[in-house]
Write a protein that binds this ligand. Structure first.
Ligand code: UDP
Ligand code: MG
Length: 317
């Protein structure tokens, strides 16, 4: 009887028809290598989650799973975004696997780090974060924006592992606890640290995308940062309150100054300073309202309790 842990490699795919034919054999090779090395059970599987792709991605996944029973395909009913796709794969693997590793399907994350991740699991870690130790292959723009992303998360009070994306080993023990996190707004890399358990990091070199284009343009990255912050931290709201207090003190000083000018008979009315102050305060108020509105929007979505994923097709049933 095979007593090794069953591994599910969870791979989200969105419009990846160019890259899948390249990376599918790589993932399969890795899985079988790990089985041969006696690290994981022969019942281990690759789980592709099609995130409502508009190209041939799902057809490819179906074909792969027909050719090889080590491959399972799940298809989301529509595009729900990377985080929800990963979540769907993890939750569907919860009862079938002992450990899961989530990884992007574009070959950027070094599959060889999986060996070390599994070793760390054997050493007693329930979560193993894959961390990039360099960004040489990223463009200057991607590098600086990504680094500012992690800095911003930190300043805004979201606990996350620096330079860790969603390449991660998680045991089913952690996933069972994670399932109890009821929030609809998902920011996985900031949520797993909250679950606790013994965790560690393994470092790897990040490669260039094998084919196709990044599905994470700056706009999506900014959205992710904003969602991450407003889902997991109330620091921005505190910041708004602080700003309000600060501005009140400033305006109090200004009022004192105006009175002094008035009593010294120096009352030439300055339209410019008035207008400047007015616009300044307007700006601050709008920003503050915007941030508060963002949180109300989040609450609105949470209250609805919509399902976090909907699988419309699958190859394993
Ligand atoms: N992805 C997804 N849904 C989306 C966008 C992306 O499932 O709406 C997947 C994509 O197929 C890939 C992973 O998420 O496997 C990361 O995307 P990408 O490589 O484009 O991001 P980058 O590495 O450039 O940050
Ligand atoms: Mg990528």
């Amino acid at each position: 009887m095979d007593t090794k842990p069953i591994l599910h490699i969870v791979i989200p795919c969105y419009n990846e028809q160019e890259v899948l034919p390249e990376t599918n054999p790589m993932f399969l090779y890795k899985l079988n290598r790990l089985i041969k090395d006696g690290k994981i059970s022969s019942q281990s599987r690759i789980v592709y989650v099609n995130d409502g792709s508009k190209d041939q991605t799902w057809e490819l996944i179906k074909q792969y799973s027909k050719e090889n029973n080590q491959i399972i395909g799940l298809s989301q009913s529509r595009n729900r975004g990377h985080q929800n796709a990963v979540y769907a794969g993890l939750m569907e693997s919860l009862d079938k696997a002992d450990i899961t590793i989530s990884i992007d399907c574009d070959g950027q994350d070094d599959i060889n780090a999986m060996d070390e991740m599994i070793d760390e699991y054997y050493n007693g870690s329930d979560i193993v974060y894959g961390v990039r130790n360099d960004r040489e292959t990223d463009t200057f723009f991607k590098k600086t924006t990504a680094q500012s992303f992690y800095k911003l998360m930190d300043i805004m009070g979201v606990e996350s592992v620096y330079n860790h994306a969603d390449y991660r080993l998680v045991s089913s023990r952690v996933l069972r606890e994670f399932k109890k996190f009821d929030e609809v707004n998902l920011f996985l890399r900031g949520m797993f640290p909250l679950v606790g358990f013994k965790s560690t990091s393994v470092f790897y070199k990040r490669h260039e995308r094998i084919a196709g284009e990044s599905k994470y343009p700056l706009s999506k990255m900014l959205n992710l940062a904003f969602d991450g912050i407003t889902s997991l931290s109330v620091r921005p709201i505190r910041f708004v309150t602080g700003l309000g207090v600060g501005m009140s003190i400033v305006s109090l000083l200004i009022i004192i100054w105006i009175f002094l000018r008035y009593f010294t008979g120096n009352t030439i009315s300055g339209w410019a300073s008035n207008a400047t102050l007015l616009s300044l305060f307007c700006g601050v108020q709008l920003i503050s309202l915007g941030i508060i509105g963002e949180y109300i929007g989040k609450i609105y979505l949470e209250v609805k309790h919509r399902p976090k994923y909907i699988i419309s097709e699958r190859t394993d049933k």
